[in-house]
Write a protein that binds this ligand. Structure first.
Ligand SMILES: Nc1nc2c(ncn2[C@@H]2O[C@H](COP(=O)(O)OP(=O)(O)OP(=O)(O)O)[C@@H](O)[C@H]2O)c(=O)[nH]1
Length: 356
């Protein structure tokens, strides 16, 4: 798991399910690792026979440069590592907007071996057909499948072989390491993939033609030990700026729902909360990662800080405080919303999947 932000939300999301069979490559984009040996260290741990793992999936951050990842896997010195192909996941609901912001996406699709056009349930049949046709036009012999919630036949992944001989398609330039790092401590400076003090991430390579998607992004990692007030957080989310493209993490609403933490996902204007019971003894924290371009990181940090419960809040007397949040909890079919109290399912205006 390679997370863009310094709080490893994605790694946290799968850790429980996958345990020792994951390694987390946090805080910074893998494609900016200086050389393949850094990746090799991790692959070594997963590829040994004792781990009994057949396939290693590198889940890059959504902002990674796939060509760089391919370069690193191909450059691995571990004889057990064989490059198995590049899978690109397209968010059908955001496809046009993403391409507008990032024309590089077309190039990424062009080198994919398998393209999963996901969130098919969020677009009409006609829209899906149009996107599929467009993806086919952009890909080079890749298999293209549609999916909802990423559910694809696992055989597609296990049997994937790279289309053609990839090494032959990459130029010498693609395969050689990009530039020397300046005299900075390891893991710092441009090219480290780590955000600087202002949250900017820059690629340190000398090649002006080498644009990394994440170079234009700012990220904010927000942690709070004090619970967040649900009404204030909803007001923050309702007024989130256009450039704030992605929010993910976990929220502690304290006494407003003492049983559950709330995983939160925002992608563009899409917003969803997922209540899940706190583990016994788990430290109750709010941890959020916000990613966007042209966003004022310090201002957002300040606004989130103001969402914390304060002495004037009396969550136990605000029985409707969670309703705004529960509108964005999807009811599993036939089951009531797992909310803070028995009347949670009667929260007004349940949003059954549409954008806000
Ligand atoms: N309706 C619908 N929602 C989905 C689908 N796949 C994912 N989601 C929801 O979309 C939200 C964000 O998930 P994704 O877009 O998959 O996140 P991601 O691509 O891992 O995002 P990054 O970590 O930013 O790369 C979550 O609330 C998911 O439950 C789908 O096929 N249909």
């Amino acid at each position: 798991m390679n997370d863009f932000g310094s709080i490893e939300i994605d790694a946290m999301a799968v850790a429980g399910a996958l345990g020792d069979s994951t390694v987390s490559l946090g805080n910074g984009c893998l494609c900016c690792a200086v050389d393949a040996s850094e990746l090799d260290e991790y692959l070594e741990r997963l590829a040994g026979p004792a781990a009994r793992i057949d396939v290693i999936v590198i889940e890059a951050s959504g902002l990674a440069e796939p060509q760089e990842l391919m370069r690193m896997v191909l450059a691995s010195e571990n004889p057990n590592i064989v490059y198995g192909g590049l899978v690109e996941v397209v968010d059908a609901a955001e496809f046009d907007a993403t391409r507008q912001r990032h024309p590089e996406v077309d190039r990424h699709l062009g080198i994919a071996d398998l393209v999963v056009v996901n969130k098919a349930d969020r677009v009409s049949d006609a829209e899906r057909e149009r996107i599929l046709a467009e993806v086919h036009r952009l890909t080079d012999r890749a298999a293209v499948v549609t999916a909802s919630y990423g559910r694809v036949d696992v055989a597609l992944l296990l049997d994937r072989k790279p289309v053609g001989e990839r090494v032959g398609q990459l130029s010498f330039d693609d395969l050689h390491d990009h530039g020397e790092q300046a005299d900075l401590p390891e893991g710092e400076g441009p090219g480290s993939g780590r955000p600087d003090a202002e949250g900017h991430v820059a690629c340190g390579c000398d090649d002006p033609a080498h644009h990394h998607l994440h170079a234009g992004y700012e990220s904010l990692a927000f942690t709070s030990e004090a619970p967040l007030n649900p009404r204030r957080l909803m007001a923050f989310l309702d007024s989130r700026p256009e450039g704030l493209y992605r929010i993910k993490g976990y929220v502690d609403f304290g006494a407003a729902d003492a049983r559950n933490r709330y995983a939160v996902h925002a992608v563009g204007r899409f917003l969803r909360f997922y209540p899940e019971p706190w583990e016994p003894g788990e430290k109750r924290l709010t941890q959020l990662v916000l990613i966007g371009s042209g966003i004022d990181v310090a201002a957002l940090d300040g606004e989130l800080t103001l969402c914390r419960e304060n002495d004037e809040d009396a969550p136990h007397t605000d029985e409707f405080g969670m309703w705004g949040v529960l509108r964005y909890v999807q009811e599993p079919e036939g089951e009531p919303v797992s909310g803070p109290g028995s009347d949670a399912a009667s929260a007004p205006g349940p949003d059954s999947g549409s954008d806000d």
